[in-house]
Unconditional design. Structure first.
Length: 430
């Protein structure tokens, strides 16, 4: 709990930590493809599959994956575990986050984590009970009848679920980047030290030396010297002090060079990202190599994709609980803004050789199956754009007889060019 609260605090207070979490969250497009699952293609009726396919697509559209799932991934990367439940209506599916301090992992069902909830939460937060699905009100009444045995109750699946980043440790949650918390605090300490040093460098002190002769007497009347000292002290700004002394005052400095100060903070920032396990080439590094950067992104993308595969299990368990979705499954692609071109070329090349990857190609380019179907219908059947839009004349659209460069004007021809044209015109006339 303390580590989770620390992660939430640092996420809000440290721009470095927040940017790191957002970077990992952005390593997926959440592109998905809906495909038939466990059907006999020799006996199934295409019309039946078509109706079920469109109903399932509409359900996925109601889930609003591209807007809701990044929030889940952010929580998993920040706190390790997201506990959630769904509000399901005919045209909308909203995912609501549950308070992590009152949740636990109950069992693993269908490779998806089920949630156990501590209903004593509503003893001090009864005003929030109406903001939860009806299931919570029913089970809270059971808890009120038996506060010992019914304190922890498993929530109904598939509407309630948990998604965990560290799936190899199910007993408790550890923020994935807890190892860099110390470096975050060290970086702030270095900044404070530099600020303190800068403030001290703005101060100065003027020394008025009151000399002593060989007889041990003041070279100037002490009262008069004090009067000069007071006059000087009255006109000095706050950043400058004055002192009257009969002795020499020497400066002892512990300053380092300005380059050394800058290197200290730069080194602290480098240590921070090293502790996070990511390449510093990703964040304002002047020595970035494009190849090293791409390889580092691919390694980081595997971490995010692990969370996406867990979400894939959540979605599949949910849609397959309905009669129209039991013969379908969702597959999330390992695609991000950094490899979209590469993945798209692979699917396009496979489609050119007859493999069924058209839907995969469209998904990798940000066009979902529902959009692909509807836009194809709109452009072909409704607007008839393919016949109405004609390409401009170019060498690619001209016939062989019309091919060739346009004829140059007289002033653009050289002497030999004009002579060649005259010869051609003479031959044509004959």
């Amino acid at each position: 709990k303390n580590l989770r609260n620390a992660a939430i605090y640092i996420y809000g207070a440290s721009s470095h930590f927040r940017r790191l979490i957002q970077y990992f969250t952005g390593l997926t497009d959440l592109s998905y493809v809906l495909s038939p699952h466990k059907i006999d293609t020799s006996t199934v009726k295409p019309a039946t599959i078509g109706k079920q396919y469109r109903k399932t697509l509409n359900m996925l559209s109601a889930m609003d994956i591209n807007n809701q799932f990044p929030k889940i991934i952010t929580v998993c990367l920040r706190e390790d575990t997201f506990y959630g439940t769904m509000w399901v209506t005919n045209d909308n599916i909203t995912i609501q986050q549950l308070p992590s301090d009152y949740c636990d992992i109950a069992v693993v069902e269908g490779n998806v984590l089920n949630v156990s909830f501590d209903f004593s939460y509503f003893d001090s937060n009864s005003e929030y009970l109406a903001l939860y699905p009806p299931e919570f009100e029913k089970k809270y009444k059971l808890y009120q009848n038996d506060r010992t045995k019914m304190k922890w109750q498993e929530l109904d699946s598939p509407t309630s679920f948990a998604v965990k980043c560290n799936t190899d440790i199910l007993n408790y949650s550890i923020p994935p980047f807890a190892g860099m918390f110390r470096e975050v605090y060290d970086l702030e300490d270095y900044k404070q030290l530099k600020m303190t040093k800068t403030e001290l460098e703005n101060y100065a002190m003027l020394v008025m030396k009151l000399g002593i002769n060989s007889d041990g007497e003041w070279e100037m009347d002490l009262d008069k010297a004090k009067e000069f000292y007071r006059n000087l002290d009255n006109v000095l700004p706050e950043e400058v002090g004055a002192v009257l002394s009969p002795m020499e005052i020497n400066k002892i400095s512990f300053d380092r060079s300005t380059a050394g100060d800058s290197d200290t903070i730069a080194e602290a920032e480098q240590n921070l990202f090293t502790a996070a396990g990511v390449s510093t080439l990703l964040f304002n590094n002047d020595k970035a190599s494009s190849n090293a950067l791409l390889l580092s992104i691919k390694a980081d993308q595997a971490i995010t994709y692990g969370i996406v595969k867990s979400l894939e299990g959540v979605v599949n368990r949910f849609i397959q609980s309905y009669s129209h979705g039991k013969n379908f499954k969702v597959t999330f692609l390992d695609c991000s803004p950094y490899n979209r071109k590469e993945i798209g070329e692979q699917y396009l090349k496979a489609a050119q050789y007859g493999l069924p990857t058209i839907s995969y190609y469209c998904a990798s380019q940000g066009v979902s199956q529902a959009e692909m179907d509807c836009m194809n219908f709109l452009e072909d059947s409704v607007l008839d754009l393919k016949s109405r839009f004609k390409p401009l004349m170019s060498s690619a659209t001209m016939s062989a007889a019309d091919a060739g460069a346009p004829q140059k004007g007289i002033g653009e021809l050289s002497d030999s060019g004009e002579q060649s044209r005259e010869t051609e015109d003479g031959d044509n006339n004959e």
